[in-house]
Ligand binder design. Structure first.
Ligand code: AMP
Length: 629
């Protein structure tokens, strides 16, 4: 096989290509049509086929590998290590599914999962998939306001949560944040299922909250058959940030997602049944959905669920796990590697990582020094891959399962099969030539596994993603990119106001709204500023209602802390700005638009660009002085 002909066929003969790939999963009833694209840009894959994600992740493997490892849970926070075989995972998921049914969850109902990285979170996701309920996992690092907006939009019947998580040895209580979120939300979930880890004491709400351990005992021997779903039914919603303050519910199907993941396991990750996959992401992000939970299990692999940081108890922990479980495929983020780069390098040579076929890195740009350092340190191939919550699996990378295509440092690689990637001029919509910067776009239909729509808002799906490039209905990634003469792409940052902090995607507008809720703040602007460790950090510029509130350095420091505290409480520490500067005026255009790109340029010591539309050039100058301190 060669990459170019496979890619070409996947675009020119979609039905043929994906029809064959679909055989990688098990179907209860075969599909009658590979692709229905009668209502662009909405694509329906494997129409009429019925299948189930949980069946393909667990039941399918029972005849051949019931007693093989399926889920390995390691917590360096609570010093636990537990292994579940496929048979044990099957039993736990059925128990959880029975609990959900008993709590009134039916096919199509939403279940919101707000949990730390513990096995019960995985059971809950797979149990939803089993009974045809739609899960919406919310990252455990988000706080009450972020959570409330997601509860309100997804309108879950049930929330599955835990007393708390732990990060870097510090307990993070979840229950008060959940209770506050439910108080803030107009929608009230009928029931809450609480896993009590005994990390943080909490008060159950009578009539609403159920104890997981007690209910599990009641359903200990439960047998819950799989509910067969039509390929295009909704499997899950995962919220992600965009330009507005309101997160978008990325909605995914069943059959297309299962096929895309199974296919990526073969062609991109080269994982085989019986092997072990270790992804260091979190189940709250898309990487966790695709490559902690569903992808490895659908591929018959064991998956490692790791609660902890890359440096506790020491900087060898990730490699120790690779050695202990003979991990063949590992997936992490550049930030984790940059964190390790600051530690004693001898940790990297202490363990035998020769089982690794490759280390995959994604979520943010992989800089050359980090890429070279890790490749040399572990002596294994490093594979950058570029994708988004919206796509569910890589858009750009190198598919070594198809052909040993060379990689280029700094480039995630080539368009993956199924993705008709183009670089289009932002204003004219014309395709640009080699080495010209333009918007990375995808000509629809999007391949299987990609988002179906925005939950509850087809119109917003079309207007957000398919209306931004003039003259043609194409999917915009909202990333800038260039392509070299050999067809390799390079990603140059977002075209919108989304920022990427340590691989976590955050909307500046949400952070601005949170900061503006502080009583002393009149208005503010948040920008992403380059950071050596995290890729980007959020930096805020706030205008006070009364400048006297921050007249002295002590006042400024106290107010900065107070503003950060508001963001911590509302959105979570993950969204906390690295700095809050107080200014008299925000640089704006004459029509009142904040010049975020110019502010960002000034913060990064770059030329602020075209300022012909600026209302008051003095505002940018003053801001520059403030940044320089
Ligand atoms: P998320 O939806 O949270 O996964 O964030 C997706 C965004 O992260 C993309 O639109 C890119 O801006 C960025 N991103 C993800 N992977 C890469 C990569 N390998 N190289 C550069 N940027 C990336």
């Amino acid at each position: 096989m060669d990459y170019r002909s496979v890619h070409r066929r996947s675009i020119e003969d979609r039905a043929g290509f994906w029809g064959e790939e679909a055989a990688r999963i098990e179907w209860q009833t075969p599909f009658t049509e590979v692709l229905d694209y009668s209502r662009p840009p909405f694509a329906r894959w494997f129409v009429g086929g019925t299948t189930n994600l949980c069946h393909n992740a667990i039941d399918r493997w029972l005849p051949t590998q019931a007693d093989s490892r399926a889920l390995v849970f390691v917590s360096t926070e609570t010093n636990e290590e537990r292994v579940y075989t496929f048979a044990e995972l099957h039993r736990e998921v059925q128990r959880m599914a029975a609990m959900m049914l008993a709590l009134g969850v039916a096919r199509g109902d939403r279940v919101l999962i707000y949990m730390p990285m513990i096995p019960e979170a995985t059971f809950a996701m797979l149990a939803c998939a089993r009974i045809g309920a739609v899960h919406s996992v919310v990252f455990g690092g988000f706080a009450s306001v972020s959570l409330a907006s997601r509860i309100e939009d997804a309108a879950p019947k049930l929330v599955v949560s835990a007393d708390g998580g732990s990060r870097g040895g510090k307990v993070v209580p979840y229950k008060p944040l959940l209770d506050e979120a439910i108080r803030l939300s107009a929608h009230k979930p009928a029931r809450v299922l609480m896993v009590d880890r005994k990390l943080a004491a909490f008060e159950p709400v009578a009539g609403r909250d159920e104890d997981y351990a007690a209910l599990r005992a009641t359903h200990f021997d439960a047998q819950v058959p799989v509910t067969w779903l039509e390929s295009n039914e909704c499997s899950y919603i995962l919220y992600t940030s965009g330009t507005t303050g309101k997160p978008k519910g990325v909605q995914r199907d069943v059959g297309g997602y299962a096929v895309a993941l199974a296919s990526s396991m073969k062609h991109i990750f080269r994982g085989s049944p019986g092997e072990t996959y270790f992804c260091t992401s979190d189940i709250g992000w898309v990487v966790g959905h695709s490559y902690i939970v569903y992808g490895p299990l659908i591929g018959g692999m064991a998956t490692i669920l790791y609660e902890g940081t890359p440096v506790r108890p020491d900087a060898g922990i990730l490699w120790r796990l690779v050695e202990r479980y003979a991990v063949t495929v590992m997936f992490s983020a550049p930030t984790a590697i940059r964190v390790l780069k600051k530690q004693d390098p001898s940790w990297l040579s202490k363990y035998d990582v020769s089982s690794l076929k490759a280390l995959f890195l994604a979520g943010e740009p992989l800089d050359e020094p980090t890429s070279k350092w890790i490749a040399e340190s572990i002596g294994r191939p490093i594979v950058d891959n570029y994708w988004q919550t919206e796509t569910g699996w890589p858009i750009l990378t190198v598919a070594h399962g198809i052909e040993e295509t060379p990689t280029k440092i700094g480039s995630p690689g080539l368009p993956m099969y199924g993705y008709d990637v183009r670089l289009l001029h932002e204003q004219t919509g014309e395709e640009v030539g080699a080495n010209e910067k333009a918007v990375v776009a995808i000509v629809p239909p999007l391949p299987p596994g990609c988002m179906q729509t925005i939950w509850g808002d087809d119109k917003r799906f079309v207007s957000t993603y398919f209306d931004s490039i003039p003259g043609r209905q194409v999917y915009s990634t909202f990333d800038w990119g260039i392509r070299d003469e050999d067809g390799y792409y390079f990603i140059l940052g977002r075209t919108d106001d989304v920022i990427n902090v340590a691989g976590h995607r955050l909307g500046t507008r949400e952070i601005e709204e949170s900061i503006s809720s502080h009583a002393a703040i009149a208005e503010c602007a948040v920008v992403g500023v380059a950071d050596a460790l995290k890729g980007q950090v959020a930096v805020a510029f706030a205008v006070l209602k009364d400048p006297a509130d921050a007249a002295t350095p002590q006042q400024r420091l106290a107010l900065e802390g107070a503003v950060m505290g508001v963001v911590d409480r509302q959105l979570g520490a993950v969204a906390r700005p690295a700095r809050v500067h107080f200014v008299n005026l925000l640089p704006k255009t004459r029509s009142g638009k904040v010049l975020r790109r110019s502010i960002q340029a000034v913060c990064e010591g770059r030329d602020p660009g075209d300022l012909t539309t600026i209302e008051d050039p003095g505002a940018l100058e003053a801001l520059k002085q403030t940044v320089r301190g």
